[in-house]
Design a binder for this molecule. Structure first.
Ligand code: ADP
Ligand code: ZN
Ligand code: ZN
Length: 756
């Protein structure tokens, strides 16, 4: 709480550690919460709200217990307080629930406060007892074959055997199209037994036929050997393209730890990626595997949480919030696709990054952490260069299937040839001649807002002279000329009439969307069936999956979409991938634009040629000579990273420097702009902030100025060095900053911001 509620006396307020810590969490878990609160400038109670499943605190019971041993000298107490103390002393366990106490002693609040103040009792929350699971009938295999069996009975037993020897009765009857009577007969003959089993509200994966561990390739065994040799805190970077066998390494690294009674946590960056992981892990580890993400119902999350309180080894697959699960005896952590921005929480606070927390957790629990990626984040790569982690490369795909070649098409040439379409002649002809048995994916980068201005003749994009990020095009008032603005430092300039590099008049805001591309294809190739896959067409619940399934069933030959196309899509028939323009990504107003471009384009390209037919990738751009585009074409991650890190270092951007974003918002556009100015001036004058160490950029309007009726401004603090290890990282008093603003202005801090 920032401010104590007026109706509470100081005695009624105690540090939350006194209330929760002793019974609820292990010390290392508690430290994780405290560090998160401090590092992200968030009240601890807010971190708890993020960490605990909804409903847990409500269902917890408040209990009062004696603080033993009681002091030998007598303490003067009021009669009511003495009465309460006597009641507790009479309890066989030295404690009672608060509800029971209130029944016995009316208005017990004041005497309790007195005893707490004297240090004679503790008040704490007890989590609900472990789950009272619903029981359901299950069929368990006893003997898989025998002489007197009919072929039908034999078939049923074989199915049960392949399913791991145990299935829910209902599922079994349905899957085998058989009757309860048939099973009863088998039970009487001693082949199966039908029994009651606990069933929790937990998501179950599809157990595929028993999966035997693979014989590892030599790269995989080397990686596994190094991981298995570690029992302490150590970070590994498992660097390999999709299909190089990373998941198999995770599985085999987890197996011995589970067997020894340790738990494991596997994080994926978005919910859509959990089912395939779940299926694969559950096929091997069965009921020890649980899943946790925000799309589960409240009840499911609650049950999962309570399962973890049972203190048995578990393997959890989850999205970023699962980093807060209280796993018992954690033995290993895995972050798959560690570079993905889905690991960063934007709202509500704490604005944590699951990778940062995973590293803390690995230290606190003294267990290894595996970061897996085909295109590691530059932050992680920098750790590798500084020898802070162990590098485990998987340079080849398992079946040695080659990565698809990437052809680059120069859109400037197209313009010079009079082709103003979104499709170059090369891409159009590839679509025109697409064999009917093949499919194509077309990728367009779009984020709905904030576009930049670039020259169609020479490819130049207009940048901020101070921050090296693209200027953003604004045209709020049709009566006035459009303006170009920097969202980091608020530099602005009118839109020029001509390209500053080549004087061409074709200097335009960058637009283009999925809708326009679909329309053009429909007009020019009416026989080609096209599915549009973007945030507009996938809004309805389930439509995301339906569209993907329709495409998998080959109901359409072409799918045109945005970033959503990039992940987890594995369709064997896709052997053409077209990137309509790489420039939308490349010139995004963000210091990480290069990094995101490399990651996204590499992922999109990887969608081609998954099956037997070789793939082909056509990448259209106005800047084919750009080093990032060149690196993408060559699949040269190392070169790209070296270049990009050099630029970051020159400008003190992360991972060399560190950023802190102050976000302000209010329904009042003038007031928030003014408050942002006040806060910025205050920061300039802070003693702790040495002006040679920090640049204070802005205030500037946020890239999307107005969201949900609130106008948003931001101030960027750019520190020349990482404040490594410091917690909180910077000497800032959030409450003091808030006090500079009127009540209707919200102020929040985002440490290591990603999207702004
Ligand atoms: P990644 O996680 O890097 O995408 P996977 O672990 O999913 O890679 O491996 C890709 C495919 O190759 C999977 O179908 C997997 O079962 C298979 N595979 C992985 N390792 C081996 C191996 N050593 N031998 C045979 N097949 C393997
Ligand atoms: Zn130009
Ligand atoms: Zn700027």
């Amino acid at each position: 709480l920032d401010q104590p509620p007026p109706d509470l006396s100081p005695e009624q307020i105690r540090p939350i550690t006194e209330v929760i810590q002793p019974r609820f969490f292990s010390p290392s878990y508690w430290q994780l919460l405290e560090r998160t609160a401090a590092y992200y400038y968030t009240p601890l109670v807010q971190v708890l709200r993020t960490a605990l499943p909804p409903g847990l605190l409500q269902r917890s019971q408040r209990r009062i217990c004696l603080r033993l041993p009681l002091p030998s000298q007598t303490i003067a107490l009021s009669p009511k307080a003495q009465q309460l103390l006597t009641l507790l002393q009479a309890s066989p366990t030295g404690d009672y629930s608060w509800r029971y106490i209130q029944q016995k002693i009316p208005r017990a609040q004041a005497p309790l406060a007195e005893l707490l103040k004297q240090g004679l009792v503790n008040s704490y929350l007890r989590p609900p007892s472990p789950p009272q699971a619903k029981e359901q009938q299950a069929v368990i295999l006893i003997q898989a074959s025998g002489e007197q069996l009919t072929s039908r009975q034999q078939e049923i037993l074989s199915y049960l055997q392949q399913s791991g020897g145990e299935l829910w009765l209902q599922d079994f009857l349905q899957a085998c199209q058989t009757s309860k009577a048939t099973l009863n007969t088998l039970q009487q003959k001693g082949y199966v037994t039908i029994t009651l089993r606990q069933k929790l509200r937990l998501e179950q994966g599809l157990a595929t036929a028993a999966m035997i561990p693979k014989t590892l390739t030599s790269d995989q065994s080397q990686a596994l050997g190094q991981i298995n040799a570690t029992t302490e805190s150590q970070t590994f970077l498992l660097h390999g393209v999709t299909g190089s066998g990373k998941t198999e390494v995770y599985i085999q690294a987890i197996r011995p730890r589970l067997a020894e009674g340790q738990s494991a946590l596997v994080l994926v960056p978005e919910i859509g990626l959990t089912p395939q992981m779940l299926d694969r892990f559950q096929a091997i580890f069965g009921e020890q595997v649980l899943v946790y993400h925000s799309a589960l119902s409240e009840g499911e999350r609650y049950d999962t949480w309570r399962q973890l309180l049972l203190e048995e080894p578990r393997l959890v697959i989850g999205t970023r919030s699962a980093i807060f699960l209280p796993l018992h005896n954690l033995g290993i952590l895995v972050l798959d696709e560690e570079h993905d921005s889905g690991y960063k929480q934007e709202q509500p606070p704490p604005c944590y990054h699951a990778r940062t927390l995973a590293q803390w957790r690995s230290e606190l629990e003294n267990c290894p952490l595996i970061l897996g990626s085909a295109t590691p984040s530059l932050a992680t790569w920098q750790q590798r260069l500084e020898d802070k982690l162990t590098y485990l490369p998987l340079p080849q795909r398992i079946q040695a299937r080659p990565l698809p070649p990437i052809e680059i098409v120069d859109l400037r040439d197209e313009l010079h040839q009079g082709n103003r379409s979104m499709f170059s002649r090369t891409l159009f002809s590839a679509l025109e001649n697409l064999p009917t048995s093949s499919q194509a994916l077309l990728f367009i980068h779009r984020r709905g807002h904030s576009t930049f201005v670039s020259c169609r003749s020479c490819g130049t994009a207009l940048e901020c002279p101070h921050c090296s990020v693209s200027l953003t095009y604004h045209w709020p008032d049709p009566q006035q000329a459009p303006v170009l603005r920097c969202h980091y430092c608020n530099f602005s300039r009118p839109q020029p009439q001509q390209c500053p590099s080549c004087q061409s008049p074709y200097l335009k805001p960058f637009g283009g969307g999925t809708q326009r591309a679909v329309q053009e294809l429909n007009e020019r190739l009416p026989d080609l069936k096209v599915i549009r896959f973007d945030s507009d067409t996938t809004q309805r619940k389930g439509s995301h999956r339906q569209l993907l399934e329709a495409f998998t069933r080959q109901e359409a030959q072409v799918m045109i979409g945005t970033q959503m196309l990039t992940k987890g899509m594995d369709i064997a028939n896709v052997n053409l991938v077209g990137i309509l323009t790489a420039d939308g990504l490349l010139h995004f107003a963000d210091f990480q634009a290069g990094e995101r471009t490399f990651q996204t384009l590499t992922q999109v390209a990887g969608r081609a040629g998954r099956g037997d037919k070789p793939g082909r990738v056509i990448l259209q751009t106005y800047t084919p000579e750009h080093p990032v585009i060149q690196a993408v074409q060559a699949y040269a991650y190392g070169d790209f990273a070296a270049d990009e890190l050099q630029q970051r270092q020159a400008l003190n951007y992360p991972p060399y420097g560190q950023l802190l974003l102050i976000r302000l918002s209010s329904p009042d556009p003038q007031a928030v702009a003014l408050a942002a100015q006040t806060v910025s001036t205050h920061c300039q004058q802070l003693n702790g902030l040495d002006s040679s160490e920090v640049d204070i950029l802005g205030p500037a309007p946020a890239p999307i100025l107005k969201v949900a009726q609130r106008y948003r401004w931001q101030i960027l603090l750019k520190f020349n060095h990482r404040q490594s290890g410091q917690c909180p990282p910077f000497p800032l008093d959030v409450n003091a900053l808030r006090q500079l603003c009127p009540g209707h202005v919200r102020l929040g801090l985002d440490v290591d911001p990603q999207n702004f």
